[in-house]
Ligand binder design. Sequence first.
Ligand code: 5GP
Ligand code: MG
Length: 178
Amino acid sequence: MDTIQIHDKSFGIFLEEEKIISRVKELAQAISIDFAGTQPLFIAVLNGSFIFAADIMKSISFPCEIQFVKVSSYHGAQSSGKVQQVLGLNQNIKGRKVIIIEDIIDSGLTIDFLRTDLLKQEPESISICSLLLKPKALKVKIDVQYIGFEVENHFLVGYGLDYDGLGRNLRHLYRVIE
Ligand code: 5GP
Ligand code: MG
């Protein structure tokens, strides 16, 4: 069996590379129909989306740009819980059509924060493209225009996604074996 071990956990194949790539091409095709001729700006969320973003870009054949951001969370001085900030965006997005590229939406809090933060710069529009979405884990309502696969609440690694730093280089997506 194609079982792999990362740190203390075992993982089994969940989606093979071939299936992922063919779905990524469909997403790129849908984006092409909606955005051709508008020179959109892709904003990819590091680290997890780097492979997905690269594969999407390779299937886009009209002029477009890409920027990379990180959404970092840290605990503030007060006990108010999680504070988030967007790092790395060095381009004004006012009036631009923005497409956020994310690896996976779980609670939805990260993408909701990023979207709200980007809206302050008054882009013309913001669309969201996520390879994976866990509908049952969502804690906020969020409109996702392009979704690769809806998945159950299992922990996944591979194709850019990591488990404690490892696994991003795996070509397939793997699911934890509980
Ligand atoms: P959210 O703010 O939507 O709860 O969290 C999204 C982030 O959590 C993702 O960008 C990713 O970094 C991480 N995440 C959520 N689910 C998974 C998963 O199944 N596997 C991995 N590797 N990361 C996940
Ligand atoms: Mg991510």
